[in-house]
Write a protein that binds this ligand. Structure first.
Ligand SMILES: CC(C)(COP(=O)(O)OP(=O)(O)OC[C@H]1O[C@@H](n2cnc3c(N)ncnc32)[C@H](O)[C@@H]1OP(=O)(O)O)[C@@H](O)C(=O)NCCC(=O)NCCS
Length: 129
């Protein structure tokens, strides 16, 4: 096993423009639970806060792709949920995971870092020469 890390930054306005331009983009990329989290507290999805929350979750999906080494992982295969204190929890391929995720958004930029343990076959290759 080895520690795998992925990070990603997203320009909030850029992602919002794509979401505005492409019908169905939000549903294709984000799960219902993620949309519900982004609109919690009566926040509109198209508002600055809603857009920043969406962008942070988009960054988490890209960060998870990097960490897992699967750059074609479907968007819905990575889901960010919130725990009881509001911290992000990652569900991978439909199941709760013990992978770690942290989100931040400020100044028009959203960021995510994802860390987890990954099975690495190269670990098993031992060549002392
Ligand atoms: C949670 C906290 C660290 C977020 O920091 P922030 O600078 O306000 O906001 P950031 O953009 O960096 O981070 C926001 C993300 O933090 C994550 N987050 C929220 N609570 C968290 C927690 N307890 N642990 C880890 N991550 C948390 C969420 O993913 C959130 O993203 P979301 O709103 O899209 O769901 C901060 O609000 C805090 O310290 N809260 C506790 C004290 C408090 O309530 N202070 C009120 C202000 S005086």
């Amino acid at each position: 096993m080895r520690v795998a890390t992925g990070c990603d930054v997203v320009d909030v306005a850029r992602l919002a423009a794509v979401a505005d331009r492409r019908a169905g983009f939000v549903d294709r990329v984000f799960t219902r639970a993620e949309v519900a989290d982004c609109t919690r507290g009566g926040v509109a999805l198209g508002s600055p806060t809603g857009r920043a929350r969406l962008a942070a979750r988009f960054a988490a999906k890209e960060a998870a792709r990097k960490a897992l080494g699967d750059l074609r992982l479907p968007f819905h295969a990575v889901e960010v949920r919130r725990d009881e204190v509001g911290a992000p929890r990652l569900h991978l391929r439909g199941r709760a995971s013990d992978w770690s995720c942290s989100l931040s958004h400020d100044g028009g930029v959203a960021l995510a870092v994802v860390v987890g343990l990954i099975d690495d076959p190269s670990d098993r290759v031992h060549d002392p020469t």
